[in-house]
Design a protein. Sequence first.
Length: 118
Amino acid sequence: MPGALAIGVPEELFWTLNPRKLKPYVRAEEIRAERKDEEMWRMGLYVHRATLASTENVLAGRKSSVRYFEEPLLATSKRESEEVALTEEQEMAQVEAFFTSLEVLAANSKIAKQKTSD
């Protein structure tokens, strides 16, 4: 029961559940722990960059090549993924190019087999 209380299952509900019905609560706690770990890891990146940038600025002055982030990391990755996103026509063109290359490979293979059999 202490484990169930620790993951947020109320005592009244705990006594009415079987172990199978507790699984979603356990999984929810795992997800919360993963998110917290990722958040703490990102915070470490921010602290590391701030420390590195300030130390470099003190030692190298204006010649410093290290700068603190211009925007939050998640905003940067979202913007970059939007820039990389393809239109539907571009995706279809890539698919068609892929299948065309497969057809060329098949034709080349067929030609090579014919030459070896002759």
